[in-house]
Design a protein. Structure first.
Lengths: 421, 318
């Protein structure tokens, strides 16, 4: 290559070709706006479809789609058809999630934003939604700050706070497993606040922390952490991982035989994780946020049947319900005020109790006033290796805890909303 | 103007015309202004990397470090120090540049794959600092709780906070300054010397050129431009997270430069445009979007080793 090549020598034809190439790069890059009817109401879902939380994200999507079907079958929102725009936020890349949120708001002009499973991503896109004044529902990112110190008037959350989960499960853990706890905690917002919540709840009941490790999101090899945990000789090894991380951590712990020496348990557990585990690793005391096997609660059976049809025979998980409830909340908010004005909708949802066919739990669920946090029931119980009635009945609920009894008071959460004038 | 001059200037004219008018036509082809800003910001980073890669012949796989330092510098200035977008950019760029200047002497003696490996290693140092130092950087959750602010120029105020078009032009002005300086440097004897080093390092050394100093200066300039791009990227998203420092981000810059054509001045910008637009479009279509970008990259490298612009230039010459 000669040094001449440094200066670009082009003749006119080349110029035209260059211009054409640039043009093609832009136009053929197929922003093709698929003739979207201008009069649809748009809900943007910015949620993981790849990575550690892919399985959870896909279940939320199944629930969201069912809600969408129900809404459109009943005539849509304000008589307009509802459209769901889905973007993959990735499981841990907050930058991508933020860009996707901006894309949904700026380009697609969505009326509602829904997401995210990852707490850090949920907080990051909640800040974007706040900046843009868009009604935002967080289906499944648990860290306290989303409806706590960093809450916003436009942000509502379906899943529990980590503090509620910790308080709900702490006494069962102490009773069933012991008082000396060792923590394996995912190193981001969700893990940090979940561990802090557990430490606080345990301290009240006489539990102590004998050690702990922070594991990066997406860790696949937990052996070094497990060896350290074993050396600390705790009563309980607390696993706070979620998604594929939880599957890997628990599987390896059982392979190491740690289940024979210690109690393996934790706070939040999900059906997706139990399904991903070998039967011998389905152990421990946990809290579920929603469970499909609630024989005496109305509407649940119908919901389970519909999800089974949509998902090829699988039962709904807490995630499916999160997605379903999140999208339903959007429609309810608009119908309450007969408008898509975010401020009006958010005002109408303060203290709003979800109808039983959406809440799908014994005591119902409502959005706490001044916080945007849904206060539902929590299901404490034990993982079981094999379901008695159904192969996917892998959790035995021993205790239904009312959200009110475990949630911090509004003042304690540190949530102060400032509404636009 | 001589006809020869015109053909020489033609690519510049086309690129600038497209960039200057972007907000007016972008929405008609289905884009949105912030996508345009993204292309310009990442294009600037790729052009900065290419100063080193394309014109000095040194492959760095760690430029995300300086991109991220610029981003964190800008974000943390606004979050902790003072509410000024301008100072955020200046401090962010300075931090990235100083870090580059300090690390430079430790690595400039290395060549080829060793150079690339050590740049990755230094890049990862900054990534882990940002990841682990949660109390200051926000850790894996990212740095939030700040936003870019309107620009006060004394005689007038430009609302780059709420007006995306104003922000686009603000980014474009920064882009123009940085690109102008790089183009001027490349035209100077210094730039010619860099190309001589790229073409034949040993011969240049025999001619008495102080090779290490030249590579160091080129490295620092490249880091400065990339950290400016990082600062602008933070302002664009009102957000920074450690992935801006991760080695895969460095890889993205290299991909952009190679995709567009690293031997042509505007190549990396074209590469960045293709990369950003493709990512934006494909990721809405399929969750396997990364495989398609990878496939596209492999095809370009196999069949158009000089990138998209390179193939056009060669065709015209033959």
């Amino acid at each position: 290559m000669s040094s001449e090549s440094f200066s670009i020598k082009l003749d006119r034809r080349a110029l035209i070709k260059t211009a054409a190439a640039v043009g093609v790069a832009q136009i053929a890059s197929p922003f093709v706006i698929t003739a979207r009817a201008a009069d649809t109401v748009k809900i943007g879902l910015d949620n993981p479809l790849t990575g550690t939380y892919a399985a959870l994200g896909k279940n939320e999507l199944i629930g969201a789609k069912l809600a969408l079907e129900h809404i459109n079958a009943k005539g849509g929102i304000l008589g307009r058809k509802v459209e769901l725009l889905v973007e993959d936020s990735t499981s841990g890349d907050a930058g991508t999630a933020v860009q996707k949120a901006r894309k949904l708001i700026d380009r697609d002009k969505v009326d509602f934003l829904v997401g995210n499973i990852n707490s850090a991503l949920a907080q990051a896109i909640a800040n974007v939604a706040y900046e843009k004044k868009v009604f935002h529902v967080v289906p499944g990112g648990h860290t306290d700050s989303v409806t706590g110190s960093n809450c916003h008037w436009n942000v509502f959350r379906i899943c529990n706070t980590t503090q509620m989960e910790a308080s709900a499960v702490a006494s069962s853990l102490i009773k069933n497993a012991g008082k000396k706890w060792y923590y394996l905690t995912p190193d981001y917002a969700f893990g940090h606040t979940l561990q802090a919540g557990l430490e606080k709840a345990a301290a009240k009941l006489g539990g102590t922390k004998v050690g702990g490790d922070l594991t990066p999101l997406g860790t696949t090899d937990y052996s070094s952490y497990l060896i350290k945990a074993q050396a600390a000789k705790p009563d309980v090894i607390i696993f706070l991982q979620a998604g594929d991380d939880a599957v890997n951590a628990l599987k390896q712990a059982v392979q190491f035989g740690l289940n024979k020496k210690f109690h393996l348990a934790g706070a939040q557990q999900e059906l997706e994780v139990l399904l991903g585990l070998p039967p011998e690793a389905r152990i421990g005391t946990w809290v579920f946020e929603w469970y499909w096997n609630q024989p005496n609660v109305p509407h649940v059976k119908e919901f389970v049947a519909e999800i089974r049809k949509a998902s090829g025979g699988h039962v709904p998980t807490a995630r499916t319900w999160f997605g379903y409830a999140a999208i339903s909340t959007c429609a309810i908010a608009a119908q309450q005020v007969k408008s898509l004005d975010a401020v009006k909708m958010a005002k109408a949802m303060q203290g709003f109790k979800l109808p039983p066919e959406i809440a799908l739990m014994p005591d119902g669920a409502y959005f706490r006033k001044g916080q945007g946090q849904l206060i539902p029931d929590l299901f404490v119980g034990q993982a079981q290796s094999k379901g008695a009635s159904d192969p996917e009945d892998l959790f035995k609920v021993s205790d239904v805890v009312k959200g009110e009894s475990v949630a911090e008071s509004l003042a304690e959460t540190g949530c102060k909303q400032t509404w636009p004038s | 103007m001589q006809p020869a001059d015109f053909t020489k200037q033609a690519p510049n004219i086309v690129v600038w015309a497209l960039l200057l008018t972007m907000p007016f036509w972008l929405s008609h082809v289905g884009g949105y202004t912030e996508l345009g800003s993204q292309v310009v910001v990442l294009g600037l980073a790729a052009l900065g990397l290419n100063f080193l890669l394309g014109y000095t012949g040194v492959l760095s796989f760690g430029h995300a470090a300086y991109f991220g330092l610029g981003a964190y510098g800008a974000g943390m200035t606004l979050r902790y120090l003072l509410p000024s977008t301008g100072m955020g950019i200046i401090i962010g760029t300075l931090i990235g540049t100083i870090a580059g200047a300090i690390i430079g002497p430790l690595i400039i003696r290395l060549r080829g794959v060793y150079f690339a490996m050590v740049t990755i290693a230094f890049g990862q140092v900054f990534y882990f600092i940002a990841f682990r130092w949660s109390s200051v950087t926000g850790g894996d959750d990212g740095l939030t709780g700040w936003t870019r602010l309107p620009l006060h120029l004394g005689f007038t105020t430009i609302d780059i906070q709420n007006n995306p078009v104003a922000f686009y032009y603000f980014v474009l002005v920064m882009f123009a300054i940085a690109v102008g300086i790089m183009a001027w440097l490349l035209r100077s004897p210094f730039g010619r010397t860099l190309i001589a080093i790229r073409e034949n390092e040993r011969r240049s050394r025999f001619l008495g050129i102080p090779i290490d100093q030249h590579i160091w200066i080129s490295w620092v300039i490249s880091c400065a431009v990339v950290s400016l791009a990082g600062a602008l990227f933070a302002l664009l998203n009102n957000f920074v997270d450690p992935r801006a420092l991760y080695w895969t981000q460095s890889g993205d810059f290299v991909i952009m430069a190679v995709l567009g054509g690293m031997r042509s001045f505007w190549g990396p910008l074209i590469g960045a445009a293709i990369y950003v637009v493709l990512r934006d479009y494909l990721s809405s279509m399929t969750e396997n979007w990364e495989s398609f970008i990878g496939l596209f990259f492999v095809l370009v490298v196999l069949f158009f080793p000089r990138g998209v612009l390179g193939i056009i230039t060669r065709k015209v010459k033959s």
